[in-house]
Design a binder for this molecule. Structure first.
Ligand code: NDP
Length: 346
């Protein structure tokens, strides 16, 4: 057996998206994408990260969002890559997301993202959170041109995040559905959700106005937060999962877990290889973030054939001591979140 048969590169693996948009052919998604929620002071470095991911790392999937403030840099990177002629737009899978300040203006949010990305369509748009935030202009923004909204508005007196709980978060998904079902609108190929727990998915799926099942539910998934019940539910409904914060976010704490270190030793590979292979083995798309160009070029490609026992052992980490790394204060109304992280009013 050749090396590539026993260890295919992650860049050769694609999953099929459930597609019930009339007239759209079969849709596939590369199992590894580059995450781009770069720290704001390093956002410009995202350009080089994306170029390296595509040209050296062989990745064909980029995950971004209006909220990350990196779409302009990704747009510049894509233009540079396309200008060399080797990789074309149709070779790539680009995801963006609608942030809760745009909960009732999904179309406007998509236009802003497309302009910054310098693209005329995206492969996937997700509702970023099942939440509605008020639109509050940033200080100094005079409201002319594209309004500059505060991403996470907080009450200036209490410091509490401002969430419009009386508004219907399903509005965003319904707007995305109208866009994707409009035969004259070619801006979006697939739609999905993010940070939806089972109860919220049930509400969405049983709403009489919903005709398109979300293609993806993007949530935190890693060895400390394996999301086994949600994954089973999504699998039954034909919804693919994407794992965000696979390494536990900044500082990559997941890679320091003794079980992951042990498995990396056993297979003579890196901790990144173990985590990425564990998620792919579970049928989950994974979007690790990095601004380290060497890592992007080499460390997200190696697929390790883990055994069922390895996967069970990794799941046990989160079954025994569950821990969610992304637990923002604005999300505490969503089942599964406690809201322990104070979010800056970006
Ligand atoms: P990850 O879990 O991917 O971790 C990223 C961090 O891990 C970076 O700081 C990176 O540093 C570091 N890292 C990776 N490998 C190593 C290593 N071998 N040694 C040391 N450090 C390492 O973080 P994210 O939280 O960013 O999640 C990934 C993506 O998921 C995001 O970028 C975004 O696209 C998406 N996301 C979506 C959310 C949603 O609500 N839908 C929420 C959160 C994230 P370095 O740069 O040095 O490599």
């Amino acid at each position: 057996m050749s090396k590539s048969q026993s260890h295919p590169s992650t860049t050769e693996i694609y999953f099929t998206l459930k597609n019930n948009v009339p007239g759209l052919g079969s849709q596939i998604i590369p199992v590894v994408g580059l995450g781009t929620a770069s720290p704001s002071d390093r956002a410009p470095e995202t350009k080089e990260a994306v170029i390296t991911a595509i040209e050296k790392g062989g990745l064909r999937h980029i995950d971004t969002a209006w909220f990350y403030g990196t779409e302009k840099f990704i747009g510049e990177a894509l233009q540079e890559v396309f200008s060399r002629g080797k990789v074309k737009r149709e070779d790539l899978f680009i995801t963006t997301k609608v942030w809760p300040v745009y909960w009732d203006n999904a179309s406007e949010s998509i236009d802003i993202s497309l302009k910054d990305l310098q693209l005329d369509y995206v492969d996937l748009v997700l509702q970023h959170w099942p939440l509605c935030f008020p639109k509050i202009l940033k200080p100094g923004s005079n409201g002319n041109g594209v309004p500059q909204y505060i991403g996470v508005p907080h009450d200036s007196e209490t410091g509490e995040p401002l969430v419009e709980s009386e508004k219907d978060y399903l509005t965003t998904y319904k707007q995305l559905q109208s866009i994707v079902l409009d035969p004259r609108d070619h801006r979006v190929k697939n739609i999905g959700v993010s940070n939806y727990p089972i109860g919220y998915l049930n509400k969405l799926l049983s709403d009489p106005d919903i005709k398109i099942t979300p293609a993806i539910n993007q949530v935190e998934i890693n060895p400390q937060c394996p999301q086994l019940e949600l994954a089973e539910f999504c699998h039954e409904k034909g919804i693919l999962m994407t794992a965000y914060s696979p390494m536990g976010s900044s500082g990559a704490p997941i890679l320091k877990l003794p079980e992951i270190v042990e498995l990396a030793k056993k297979y003579n590979c890196s901790g990144n290889d173990i985590v990425i292979s564990y998620l792919i083995r579970r049928g989950i798309v994974v979007i690790p973030r990095s601004l380290n160009l060497q890592r992007i070029a080499k460390d997200f490609q190696n697929y390790i054939l883990l055994t069922d026992e390895d996967v069970d052992n990794i799941n046990q980490i989160g079954i025994k001591t569950p821990f969610r790394h992304i637990d923002e204060d604005f999300a505490k109304s969503i089942p599964g979140f406690t809201g322990r992280t104070k979010t800056k009013a970006t």
